[in-house]
Design a protein around this ligand. Structure first.
Ligand code: NAP
Length: 328
């Protein structure tokens, strides 16, 4: 396969940055470009892309179709890593990708493995886009990645890892903590994507990519062993988990713009799917028809969860979504 021209939407986000960094390194395989919305054109993150010599297209993906088709013409692979707020806006991209003859569309999936419909609203929103892709016969690859390492560690009584924790304190064990779940270092997502989009076996397929499989009990035990600290666990039963979801849903009903409550619903649904239903495993992914990236690429060395924890304890971790916290 020759060099592929890849256009990334969402390159300034967490997942998009991981993908952008990995593809940019592989200069033999990829010419990388970025698609940015007009409102963000002057952001420092976008200026950083331009400074790297990357071609940045400033286009509104909900805007005129002919402009979108123009930008997508000649693109081999279109990758979207938008967050759920941009989910709906991607629908037009399917039509534009079809008209422009894009050879592979990688829509913004990148979540845990769960069945479509009725388990996670987040997953259901993505399903709408997948249906549109299939309706228009656009070549695609859907990549799910388990849960980020960066969101999966408990906090410690000393406060030593709080600097990198998006939620603190985080000491909950769900439904007994025994369910195994797929986890991936955020930085490895791009490395997986680089392999997957070069691979003809993954065309028109779902792929599950993950670095590690662990239960909450195993993660807590590892954190305790490596830190020498004892974590006081807060046990949550499935009923208590459901009660929290219902309360957040009631808040959203009363205050539709309460984004904190929306976030709580999303987290509650992730947790129910991972820890009560036990959806996010390599076995269940296969049952749903996913290819397993670890089997496709046996030579791939993911960041181990242990090495991630070691970094964290050395103060070398990084809190996700720092740019939102700094107000950029
Ligand atoms: N597996 C996990 O543990 C996990 C955790 C979190 C998220 N996710 C998933 O990962 C995916 C990406 O989420 P993220 O949290 O990485 O994203 P993020 O950091 O919030 O970044 C979102 C990116 O999308 C861009 N964007 C959003 N709407 C857009 C629009 N209408 N037009 C153009 N650009 C737009 C943003 O650009 P601007 O600079 O213009 O805002 C930004 O670059 C989502 O599918 C999410 O569900 C998975």
């Amino acid at each position: 396969m020759g060099k592929q021209r890849v256009l990334i939407l969402g390159a300034t986000g967490q997942t998009g940055e991981s993908i952008f960094n990995a593809l940019l390194k592989d200069t033999e395989s990829f010419d990388v470009e970025a698609l940015v919305r007009p409102a963000s054109a002057e952001k420092p993150e976008v200026k950083n892309l331009t400074a790297l010599g990357v071609k940045v297209h400033v286009v509104d993906i909900s805007g005129p179709m002919d402009e979108l088709v123009r930008v997508l013409t000649g693109v081999d692979v279109l990758i979207s890593a938008v967050d759920p707020s941009g989910q709906q806006a991607q629908l037009q991209l399917v039509t534009a990708a079809k008209q422009a003859g894009v050879k592979r569309f990688v829509p913004s999936a990148f979540i845990t493995v769960a069945p479509p419909r009725g388990v996670m609203a987040l997953r259901d929103g993505k399903e709408e886009l997948y249906q549109e892709i299939w309706k228009q016969s656009v070549p695609y690859t859907i990549i799910d990645v388990g849960y980020w390492y960066q969101l999966s560690f408990p906090t410690l009584p000393s406060g030593r890892v709080d600097y990198a924790a998006a939620i603190k304190p985080k000491t909950e064990i769900h439904a007994g903590g025994t369910a195994p779940t797929m986890l991936t270092d955020l930085r490895d997502i791009g490395r997986f994507v680089a392999l997957i989009i070069k691979d003809p076996r993954t065309l028109n397929k779902y792929v599950a990519a993950y670095g590690h499989v662990s239960s909450e009990n195993e993660i807590f035990a590892l954190m305790e062993e490596m830190s020498g600290e004892k974590i006081e666990r807060k046990h949550l039963s499935p009923d208590e988990m459901e009660k929290m979801r219902v309360e957040a849903a009631a808040t959203v009903k009363a205050e539709p713009n309460n984004w904190m409550a929306w976030g709580k619903i999303a987290i509650a649904e992730y947790e129910y799917s991972k820890y009560v239903r036990g959806d996010n495993t390599p076995e269940y992914a296969k049952y749903l028809g996913y290819l397993d990236a670890r089997e496709l690429y046996p030579e791939f060395q993911p960041m181990s969860f242990k090495a991630f924890v070691a970094e964290l304890l050395e103060g070398k971790g990084e809190m996700p979504y720092k740019r939102y916290r700094s107000g950029s």
